[in-house]
Design a protein around this ligand. Structure first.
Ligand code: ADE
Length: 250
C-alpha cells in the first residue's frame, strides 16, 4: 500500500511512524508512507497557503491552488494507482473500525491535513472522502491522520504477526474484547478465573464469548442494538439484565 500525507507539518509524523508496528510495516514493505508539504506549492516569495475568507469573518482559509498542486504532484508520481483522497475534517463522516478495514484494502491512500479555520470549499471537489476522528475540534488534521493511518496499517494482512489477534480485537467482532489475564494466578488477592486455568478450550472459548458480550452490554449497549444475536447470546443477555436488576435492589 502507498500512503501520502499532504500537510504543512511533515515532521509531526516522524515519531508515530518511526516506532513499533508502523515502522516495521514500512521496513517490511507492506506500506510506503510519504509526506508532501503543500507549503512547497504556496504562492509568491513567502509561499503563502492561506487567505482571508470572501464575505468576511474570522480566521484564515487554506487556498485551493497549493492543495490542488500537491495532489497533482502525487498523481504525476503514481499515475496508475487507484487513489482514495481523504480530507481530514471535523464535519466529515466519523472514523471507525469498519472504515479502517475498508482503507486497509485500498492500493493508495492520500490524507489531506488542514489547519487554520478551514478549507476553500473548492478543495472538496478533489476528494473521495471527508472524515472526522470524532466530535471535537483539533488544531489540525495531522493527529487525526496519524490515528487513521495507524488503525489502517495494522489491518494489512501480515503486518501484525498473529492475524487472529487482530480479528478478535474490540470493534472487529462487533463486540468489545473479553478480559485477559497473565501470571501470577493470584495477585493481591485478585484471582484469575478458574476456567482460564482449566485447559478446557471449549469452556474457555465459551467464557470469553460470554464475557465479551457482558462487557459490551455494560459499557457499550449501543453496539448490541446492531447485532443479530444467537439464542445463546440472548439468554446470556437476559442473565446479565437480571443480575443487574438484583444488584440494583441491594
Ligand atoms: N481537524 C480538526 N479537527 C478534526 C477532527 N476531529 N477530525 C479530523 N480532522 C480534524
Amino acid at each position: 500500500m502507498k500512503i501520502d500525507i499532504v500537510t504543512l507539518f511533515p515532521e509531526m509524523f516522524e515519531s508515530p511512524f518511526g516506532h513499533s508496528i508502523v515502522k516495521r510495516a514500512q521496513e517490511d514493505e507492506f506500506v510506503q508512507i510519504e509526506t508532501v508539504n503543500f507549503r512547497n506549492f504556496g504562492k509568491g516569495k513567502h509561499r503563502v497557503v492561506d487567505d482571508t475568507p470572501y464575505g468576511g469573518g474570522a480566521g484564515m482559509l487554506l487556498k485551493p491552488e497549493p492543495i490542488f498542486e500537491a495532489i497533482e504532484s502525487i498523481e504525476e508520481k503514481s499515475v496508475r494507482s487507484k487513489k482514495r483522497i481523504i480530507l481530514m475534517d471535523p464535519a466529515g463522516k466519523k472514523f471507525d473500525q469498519e472504515m479502517a478495514e475498508e482503507f486497509s484494502r485500498e492500493e493508495h491512500l492520500v490524507f489531506i491535513c488542514g489547519h487554520y479555520e478551514g478549507y476553500d470549499e473548492r478543495i472538496r471537489s478533489l476528494v473521495t472522502d471527508e472524515v472526522s476522528l470524532g466530535d471535537y475540534v483539533l488544531t489540525g488534521g495531522e493527529l487525526a491522520a496519524m490515528v487513521m493511518v495507524d488503525a489502517t496499517v495494522r489491518l494489512i494482512p501480515g503486518v501484525v504477526g498473529n492475524q487472529d489477534s487482530v480479528l478478535e480485537d474490540s470493534h472487529s467482532t462487533g463486540l468489545l474484547e473479553h478480559p485477559h489475564y497473565t501470571r501470577p494466578a493470584v495477585y493481591e488477592g485478585m484471582e484469575v478465573p478458574e476456567v482460564l486455568r482449566s485447559g478446557n478450550h471449549q469452556l474457555i472459548e465459551e467464557w470469553r464469548h460470554k464475557e465479551s458480550l457482558r462487557r459490551t452490554y455494560l459499557r457499550r449497549p449501543d453496539l448490541i442494538e446492531s447485532l443479530d444475536l444467537t439464542a445463546e447470546e440472548q439468554s446470556w443477555l437476559a442473565e446479565f439484565k437480571s443480575e443487574q436488576l438484583s444488584q440494583d435492589e441491594h
